[in-house]
Design a protein around this ligand. Structure first.
Ligand SMILES: NC(=O)c1ccc[n+]([C@@H]2O[C@H](COP(=O)([O-])OP(=O)(O)OC[C@H]3O[C@@H](n4cnc5c(N)ncnc54)[C@H](O)[C@@H]3O)[C@@H](O)[C@H]2O)c1
Length: 279
């Protein structure tokens, strides 16, 4: 295989990549990864201002036609309108990255802590988190995936988490000044949404296997984004590579999963967590 053949494997020239939550921390990096390989990213986000701003930045940086597409992925009409917008602009869609999720902040102040705990977790928060992380991924897969299947070619990537394969270690969030029932915790919905996405991935992969659509999950470990020093140090001791990820460290995996380099891969979960789940 020559250098040119290797480049061809990862070449995304002219391919349209729809990224939900595209204006967020990792969404922009997924877009950079595929834009560098020649793709046209559509950043779908409920935050229209941020999506347009990020799209303009990426277009400038990579000289690509990147667009911001405002949509609420929990609403079926909004998801259908999003696909229409993408098809009107580019005439095709090749890749869907289901990346949007509510990333629950671990409560630090009194009342917030109380409501993140399982005993008190509000049904409304459960419904909201499931709606974005899971129902949103289902709706986008249904609507965009049907278009991919109709064209008999395409890729779906579901962004899960290391917490799709291990339980949250609640000791990471423990505060010595608090009673057991007042300790901050990672909320239950995060584990449930991320684990369910692995099931959705297997379902989509086998359902559309003979329609030319591949579906895989990517399970990233925690990204350093200015979290408190004490938390970062504690988490580092549970990661064989001894640190959190940089936001750009998933770009190679996204390009691999989105391109023909992964042509024989479907229905699986690529775990990139600094080795955390190996311990
Ligand atoms: N950051 C991490 O450490 C980390 C680690 C593992 C997995 N992940 C996963 O990676 C993905 C991206 O994480 P991130 O850190 O970039 O999150 P983020 O919060 O920065 O971005 C999420 C984006 O989703 C958008 N969004 C929320 N609700 C929406 C809706 N209804 N419709 C459309 N867009 C909506 C938000 O506006 C936001 O721009 C998430 O699925 C997250 O769970 C993140």
């Amino acid at each position: 295989m020559t250098v040119a053949d290797v480049r061809d494997l990862f070449d995304m020239t002219g391919r349209v990549v729809v990224i939900t939550g595209g204006a967020g921390l990792l969404g922009r990096r997924h877009a950079s990864a595929v834009a560098r390989a020649g793709a046209l990213p559509g950043l779908v986000d409920i935050r229209e201002d941020l999506a347009l701003e990020a799209a303009a930045e990426l277009s400038r940086e990579f000289g690509c036609d990147c667009s911001g597409v405002p949509a609420d992925i929990t609403s079926e009409p909004s998801v259908r309108a999003m696909l229409d917008t993408v098809l009107q602009r580019y005439g095709r869609v090749d890749v869907l990255i289901n990346n949007a999720a509510n990333n629950p902040t671990i409560g630090q102040s009194g009342a917030q802590v109380e409501w993140t705990r399982l005993e008190n977790f509000p049904l409304a928060t459960w419904d909201r988190d499931i709606a974005v992380g899971l129902t949103g991924a289902f709706l986008c897969s249904q609507v965009v995936g049907s278009e991919l299947a109709r064209r008999r070619r395409g890729v779906i990537i579901n962004i899960a988490s290391d917490l799709a394969v291990i339980a949250p270690d609640q000791r990471l969030y423990a505060r010595p000044d608090r009673e057991p029932l007042a300790q901050p915790v990672k909320p239950v919905t995060y584990s449930v949404v991320k684990t369910a996405l692995i099931g959705l991935t297997r379902y989509l992969a086998t359902y559309w296997a003979d329609s030319g659509v591949r579906a895989n999950a990517l399970s990233p470990g925690g990204v350093f984004d200015g979290q408190p020093e004490e938390f970062v140090a504690k988490l580092a001791t549970r990661i064989p590579l001894g640190r959190m990820a940089d936001a750009g460290e998933y770009e190679g995996a996204i390009l691999f999963l989105a391109s023909d380099a992964s042509s024989y891969m479907t229905g699986t979960n690529l775990v990139i967590d600094g080795g955390r789940s190996a311990w």
